[in-house]
Design a protein around this ligand. Sequence first.
Ligand code: SF4
Length: 99
Amino acid sequence: MDENEQNWQESANCLGVDPDLFFPERGASTREAKEVCRGCVVRGECLEYALVNGEKFGIWGGLSERERRRLPPDPRDARFDRAILSEVQTLPFRFRNSA
Ligand code: SF4
């Protein structure tokens, strides 16, 4: 893992935002959290982190638990990269580096 990958959280839109916003009670609105994620430049890294680490709760990469469950959780699955790319507006660093 290079320095960019380790430090992606420093570029997060949610820095300084109340973390409770991203872990709403069951049935509560996720709209506000998703608004914060919408323009986040590390959305790809965030979503990838959640999938790789099996994060069960909260909004990650702008997706809810239910939305993430539809994505392949295994990075070795060829569909994993395609799923991340199709869900986020920005490319994770590893895609940028290989472009
Ligand atoms: S995509 Fe992840 S890092 Fe970015 S604002 Fe949303 S929760 Fe924070």
